[in-house]
Design a protein around this ligand. Structure first.
Ligand code: SAM
Length: 361
């Protein structure tokens, strides 16, 4: 619920509707309901399309109490979904306590206060033992990044030997713990893992997970991104539409309706309804018009878009002693200025000031 200290109607013309505080909204009218928080800049994988493999963590981590205060503020302003990410969030000591505390927060703008949708995005390497404790701490969902279902290709991408079996065990443990349906995110790179598309469909059907293919975005640490290397939504749909899953008489994808207008993935299944494939196409079919997201980096900077050219220093203001009311006002101002859309593929596109691993995907 809104705490009295946050409710300061002065100097924030966009914070009041009919005398009541308005939920967080940008200047394009989009309600911001989804916060991604990076809780560490460290990662134990060196995925070829994400990191150079030479650099370690580049940005600081904050104390859990600091993330918690920021999350509380965002929730009091209308955020209802929190996703912890990184870096690799499972590397962070004290993670279970943080999850437990966030899970106690309640929505501020629903008719009745409700628990948040609290998720984690992880590479799954440490998930097998943490899945059940995370569920017990109050986590709702987990998304595991997995870019191949063939162990050798997987190790070539992550540059960590024998990593596949551990991630698979993590996915199964998450399903068993009730953190499902587990989403498995796969970034396809032409000539690298695009041979795995059909095998991923089988994986989804066999394991009961939602496989989501994500178009590769120019957010890598080095300058390896090219438009040609991106495997587009149209190509993935064509491949899967022509595919006949094992034990099924007919080929063909069946499109599923979106869960919500802001859903980023186009969803499909097969004729027998087994397996679910999502395709997220920020490059070939951008969905910025429905963006409800905002991000906090591990060092406490707000990023209004993955492709922003600048950060907004929330942590700095906190450390200098700003009150909750001042911080809430600052958040409203920053969110107000959220970019209308990204410009991938357009003339003059500039790479953002941070790469994906240092923002939090
Ligand atoms: N370590 C965690 C993980 O592996 O899920 C969280 C951080 S990781 C940066 C979050 C997600 O970003 C992963 O699914 C990864 O595949 C994706 N990712 C990284 N670089 C990307 C890029 N350039 N384009 C699209 N997705 C990217």
């Amino acid at each position: 619920m809104f705490t009295p200290t946050l409710f300061e109607p002065t100097r924030t013309p966009f914070s009041l509707v009919a005398g009541k505080p308005e939920r967080l909204r940008d200047s394009h009218g989009r309600a911001i309901t989804d916060l991604r928080v990076s809780i560490t800049d460290r990662c134990n994988f060196r995925c070829v399309y994400c990191r150079t493999g030479n650099e370690g963590a580049q940005y600081a981590e904050l104390a859990h109490a600091d993330y918690l205060r920021m999350v509380r503020l965002f929730v009091s302003l209308g955020v209802e979904k929190i996703r912890l990410t990184g870096g690799e969030p499972l590397l962070r000591a004290g993670l279970l306590d943080l999850v437990r505390e966030i899970a106690e927060l309640r929505t501020a703008f629903t008719p009745e206060p409700e628990p948040l949708d609290l998720a984690i995005t992880t590479n799954g390497h440490l998930l097998a033992t943490l899945a059940q404790p995370l569920k017990d701490a109050g986590l709702t969902r987990v998304t595991v990044s997995m870019d191949a279902v063939d162990p050798e290709t997987f190790a070539a991408i992550t540059r960590v030997p024998r990593s596949f079996d551990r991630v698979l065990a993590g996915i199964r443990a998450a399903s068993a713990a009730g953190l499902g349906p587990v989403k498995v995110n796969c970034v396809l790179l032409r000539g690298f893992n695009d041979s795995q598309i059909e095998a991923f469909a089988e994986f989804s059907r066999r394991e009961g997970v939602v496989v989501r293919f994500i178009e590769w975005m120019p957010l890598e640490e080095d300058r390896s991104w090219t438009r040609e290397a991106v495997v587009s939504l149209d190509e993935i749909v064509a491949r899967l539409d022509a595919y006949r899953p094992a034990g099924l008489g007919i080929p063909g994808l069946v499109e599923l309706p979106p869960h919500a207008a802001s859903e980023t993935a186009r969803r499909y299944t097969f004729a027998d309804g087994r397996g679910e494939i999502g395709i997220i196409a920020p490059v070939s079919q951008p969905f910025c018009g429905h963006c409800s997201r905002i991000r906090l980096t591990s060092d406490g900077k707000i990023r209004t878009c993955l492709f922003s050219q600048m950060d907004h220093d929330l942590a700095g203001r906190m450390m200098r002693g700003a009150s909750d009311a001042e911080l809430a006002r600052y958040i409203r101002q920053v969110v107000h200025g959220k970019e209308e859309r990204h410009h991938i593929g357009e003339a003059g596109f500039e790479k953002p000031s941070r790469s994906m691993v240092h923002i939090g995907g």
